[in-house]
Ligand binder design. Structure first.
Ligand code: IPE
Ligand code: IPE
Ligand code: MG
Length: 240
């Protein structure tokens, strides 16, 4: 991109970080080796997002369905999350990053909940980039809890049925106040959403790459943003 071209940087980029297990297997290592190396990719992508002036970066770290993996892998992922938060929060704080977590916290251990709360607290005054980390997240779970919240408000006489519109739903999701993603990146060649942000991705541009997550870096992020800049977003209407 030349400097003369209008900047059309996505405000919000969502990422399904996939392929850690296959990356490790290719190297004859245990799956957890891929997860450990994936943390480095995460650091590079945060750096690239800051460089581009992206305002929101949402990453899928652990899905509700991931509990179905072997206990040893789940345990390793939870420990890695705690360790990474302990190691990275100060640097993120210094770089103006605000951290927010979405997902069902109830099922997480007290250690993980404490680590999450500490990172949110330490960075809550920042506003350069909001890093949203989805942990024990599933979009259907999020939508179901929102439907329940709306139904409760109606039953309590606090909300009229006619007042339920798209905005009423959006404002009760865990992503309330965050604009919908402009760009979704999924690594590792899989082309599916795996229960991630189903409501929020309605008009998002999808970008799939064969690169496995531990190989994804700032340049790979640049390529995704460049591809996004070439897209024409129509939202169902005629633009030409
Ligand atoms: C993504 O990599 C990380 C998580 C889902 C936690 P995977 O662990 O899914 O790696 P593959 O897809 O099996 O290669
Ligand atoms: C999606 O990846 C979840 C995360 C990246 C945290 P998975 O590897 O769990 O998804 P599937 O099984 O390929 O759909
Ligand atoms: Mg996977």
């Amino acid at each position: 991109m030349s400097n003369n071209e209008p900047r059309n940087i996505p405000r919000h980029v969502a990422v399904i970080m996939d392929g850690n297990g296959r990356w490790a297997k290719e190297r004859g290592q245990e799956r957890v080796y891929g997860h450990i190396n994936g943390v480095e990719s995460m650091r590079k992508v945060v750096g690239a997002a800051l460089r581009h002036g992206v305002e929101y970066l949402t990453v899928y770290a652990f899905s509700t369905e991931n509990w179905g993996r072997p206990a040893q892998e789940v345990q390793a992922l939870m420990e890695l999350l705690c360790k990474s938060l302990a190691n990275e929060t100060a640097e993120l704080e210094k770089n103006g990053v605000r951290m927010r977590f979405i997902g069902d916290r109830e099922a997480l251990s007290s250690e993980v909940r404490a680590a999450i709360a500490a990172s949110e607290r330490a960075t809550e005054h920042n506003d350069r980039l909001t890093l949203v980390i989805a942990v024990n997240y599933s979009s259907r779970w999020e939508i179901v809890r929102t439907v329940r919240a709306l139904a409760t408000e109606v039953a309590d006489g606090k909300l009229a049925v006619d007042a339920i519109d798209a905005e009423a739903v959006s404002s009760r999701l865990l992503t309330a106040g965050i604009p919908d993603p402009d760009l979704l990146i999924r690594t590792s060649g899989e082309q599916r959403l795996s229960n991630f942000l189903l409501w929020q991705l309605s008009y998002t541009e999808l970008y799939f790459t064969d690169v496995l997550w531990p190989d994804f870096d700032g340049e790979a992020f640049d390529r995704a943003v460049e591809a996004y800049c070439r897209r024409e977003r129509r939202y169902g209407v005629l633009t030409k």
